[in-house]
Design a protein around this ligand. Structure first.
Ligand SMILES: [Zn+2]
Length: 177
């Protein structure tokens, strides 16, 4: 979070056999589109543009603080005012943990009113930290332009421990001219 600069990346998605564009401070490690095999041809990743974002944030506190569901379960919903109104979302961080050693969990930021192909805004899988950790949700995609209710969803993929969600921070802002 040391810079307000973010970049327009083109990554080559092997399964889709196309270049896919995404804005991110750091280079994507997988295709921003959600589908079966999101592997990219890393040698073809390149930067095509950059922008200087005004750094604002808001915090969300979960309505459901512990999750045991093996399917994605709503922990928090929030009112995002839309990228046309307040600027895009450029990163999301979640404070979360497995409350005990031995459970894996996934987190995603989800738009329930979007078509399935564009409903996932960010997703982090295979988490297993048993002490509180600040989880960078990684590449942001499919940010709604209009005011939209978005969801933070969590699922436990293995084990029997509760998954605890403490806080979500959303960084957003317009491009600086
Ligand atoms: Zn793809």
């Amino acid at each position: 979070m040391s810079s307000n600069i973010e970049y327009r990346w083109l990554v080559y998605c092997i399964e889709e056999a196309i270049d896919v564009g995404v804005w991110s401070a750091t280079g994507p490690t997988q295709c921003p589109n959600i589908h079966g095999d999101r592997s990219i041809e890393t040698s073809r990743t390149r930067v095509v543009d950059s922008r200087n974002m005004k750094k604002n944030f808001f915090k969300i506190y979960p309505q459901v603080k512990t999750i045991v569901s093996k399917d994605y379960y709503l922990t928090a919903s929030f009112d995002f005012l839309g990228s046309d109104n307040i600027g895009t979302i450029y990163s999301i961080y979640v404070l979360a943990l497995s409350e005990g050693v031995g459970s894996n969990f996934d987190i995603r930021i989800y738009n329930p009113s979007s078509a399935p192909s564009t409903s996932v805004i960010a997703e982090k899988t295979g988490l297993n930290n048993s002490t509180i950790a600040l989880i960078n949700m990684g590449t942001i995609a499919n940010v709604p332009t209009d005011r939209t209710t978005l969801e933070v969803q969590v699922k436990r993929t293995t084990g029997s421990k509760k998954i605890g969600i403490r806080e979500i921070t959303v960084y957003y802002g317009p491009e600086l001219s």
